[in-house]
Design a protein around this ligand. Structure first.
Ligand SMILES: [Zn+2]
Length: 196
């Protein structure tokens, strides 16, 4: 299997927050699969943030170990909350509290800026927390949007655990090329074994 990095990992979530959750694969119990986490250090976080457009090209924030930990804690809370949503359950209280804590911080640190004829809420270009803040803002917007929320799905693929927005209404897997075709292969194999 090819080892993914922050540069190469596929972006299939359909939202910034879900792509953030999908930066690691999980087994059926939600546990990380060893060796699949692409956010291994601060450098990887910066690469990921750049790729997703939440960190600019010119000014590079310094994400320290503490901020990396906090971001990965948020990732777990988001996984727990959105996996529950995908199963049509209410997110556990603790996960919402952790999301709320980051969101509160993000609002506190935000700046209102004017440009191109409209106002924008954002954070200083060199603020090391901007990846976490942009992710949590996106998560809160998604949690408050009943229509999009109803489309959140957890991929049933073996050892995948990715979350995505099922925008077509027919999408079963995070991706037909990976989880979809693996499941097809497995069914074929089982059928052949059953036949012989
Ligand atoms: Zn999948």
């Amino acid at each position: 299997m090819r080892i993914q990095t922050a540069q190469t990992i596929r972006l299939l979530g359909g939202s910034l927050a879900l792509d953030f959750v999908n930066s690691v694969d999980r087994d059926e119990t939600g546990r990380h699969r060893q060796g699949t986490d692409v956010l291994v250090d601060s450098g990887a976080m910066i690469q990921w943030g750049r790729r997703l457009g939440v960190i600019g090209q010119r000014r590079r924030p310094l994400i320290d170990a503490r901020e990396l930990d906090r971001s990965l804690e948020l990732r777990e809370a988001l996984y727990v909350a959105f996996a529950a949503v995908a199963e049509r359950r209410a997110p556990p209280r603790g996960s919402l509290e952790r999301i709320e804590a980051s969101y509160r911080e993000a609002v506190q640190a935000s700046e209102l800026r004017w440009g191109s004829g409209h106002a924008r809420i954002g954070w200083a270009a060199d603020d090391p927390r901007r990846v976490r803040y942009a992710v949590v803002r996106d998560a809160v917007e998604l949690l408050g949007d009943a229509e999009r929320l109803a489309r959140v799905k957890l991929c049933p693929g073996h050892n995948c655990g990715w979350l995505f927005l099922n925008t077509s209404g027919r999408q079963r897997w995070c991706s037909m090329e990976t989880c979809g075709s693996r499941a097809k292969m497995r069914r074929l194999y089982q059928r052949r074994r059953g036949a012989s």
